[in-house]
Design a protein around this ligand. Structure first.
Ligand code: ADP
Length: 228
């Protein structure tokens, strides 16, 4: 593939706000490419890399991984893959002011002509908690497709991933006491992130993301058509 990277789209939202599901819809229907730092972290853990060993405990307890490790991971991914796609989605990155500032500095030098925008997904906490506590994911770290117990039914652990046929599991950080830690992380950092984007004149599109993922995808798609 030899497409030139034209835009980087940041999906900003609390854990469980639907960034991952929306990313998969954008990949399937718009040809975008998702870079999920959470998926990358879990991939490193499953493959027992040095980085995976360093971040394992952090992830399981719902805490954020050190900025320097995450930034290194993202820079490496962008250097290797970004130019293969026209649009790259950042899902779960940047999550802190330091990450956002480093990322914007990087784009200024490495991708000066690439457009940046932020889609912020807004979902009430009650719905977030309900979604995460019923979330089920594909156990294959190359896939990590997202499902819901509510749709799969009580016998979800007898079912297989429709994408890759692997078994389905619950994420260890989706346990109720970890959800609170993760939501706190989000609210602690989101205002700083929005401030950094506003200062850099990056477009921020807020989307009410309760309800169906199809409706959220349509809102993004409509906005993209307007921008085209
Ligand atoms: P969620 O958005 O539902 O919390 P993710 O899969 O995006 O799930 O992230 C899972 C975990 O991976 C986070 O709780 C955190 O430990 C780690 N992580 C992912 N992205 C980042 C990041 N940008 N900065 C720090 N830690 C991260």
């Amino acid at each position: 593939m030899n497409k030139k990277l034209q835009q980087i789209v940041i999906f900003l939202g609390a854990p469980g706000s639907g960034k991952g599901t929306l990313s998969r819809l954008c990949e399937d229907r718009l040809g975008w490419k998702q870079l999920s730092t959470g998926d990358l972290c879990r991939h490193h853990i499953e493959h027992g890399t040095q980085l995976g060993k360093e971040i394992d405990l952090c992830i399981k307890s719902g805490k954020l991984v050190a900025d320097s490790l995450i930034i290194e991971m993202v820079v490496q991914w962008l250097e290797e893959h970004a130019r293969e796609y026209q649009t790259v989605i950042l899902d779960g990155f940047p999550r802190t002011r330091v990450q956002a500032e480093s990322f914007l500095n990087l784009t200024k030098t490495a991708f000066p002509d690439v457009a940046l925008k932020v889609y912020q997904l807004i979902v009430p906490d009650q719905e977030i908690i309900e979604r995460i506590s019923t979330r089920v994911v594909c156990s294959n770290s190359n896939c990590q497709a997202i499902y819901s117990e509510r749709k799969l039914g009580a016998d979800w652990d007898d079912k297989r991933c429709v994408r890759c046929e692997s078994s389905l599991i619950k994420r260890s950080d989706d346990a109720p006491e970890k959800i609170a830690v993760r939501l706190d992380n989000y609210y602690q950092h989101v205002k700083n992130l929005l401030d950094v984007y506003k200062e850099a004149n990056i477009e921020i599109i807020s989307i009410a993301a309760s309800g169906s993922s199809e409706r959220v995808f349509q809102a993004v798609n409509d906005h993209e058509r307007m921008d085209a």
